[in-house]
Design a protein around this ligand. Structure first.
Ligand SMILES: [Zn+2]
Length: 109
């Protein structure tokens, strides 16, 4: 088993948050994780998912930004993620890493 893919991600980047699970408000059936539709009534639950998991979606995008080396973009996304979901601990930890790297002194408000 060989891997040609170079490991460019810093060791400090945590994994993305667990998969999103949103039940259909009408059927209480979990949305299909790929189509984001209710398997029972076929209702499109994507908007509901975005609403409820806005913080996680921003966090996942922030992880991608960090991997791409775009710390400033990651910082914006992580702050937004924490505004949407203050208890999102992985976002808090990654924000600390990113802010330390960007330099705490240049932050301002
Ligand atoms: Zn349904």
């Amino acid at each position: 088993m060989t891997s040609d893919v170079p490991l460019i991600a810093p060791a400090s980047v945590p994994p993305a948050v667990p998969p999103i699970e949103v039940p259909c408000p009408q059927c209480a059936v979990r949305a299909d994780p790929e189509s984001l539709r209710c398997p029972s009534c076929r209702e499109d639950l994507a908007a509901l998912v975005r609403l409820r998991y806005a913080g996680r979606i921003d966090y996942n995008e922030a992880v991608a930004a960090v991997r791409a080396g775009d710390d400033p973009a990651a910082r914006v996304l992580l702050r937004r993620a924490l505004a949407a979901e203050p208890g999102l601990q992985p976002a808090r930890e990654l924000l600390a890493v990113v802010e330390a790297r960007l330099g705490a002194g240049s932050g301002g408000t």
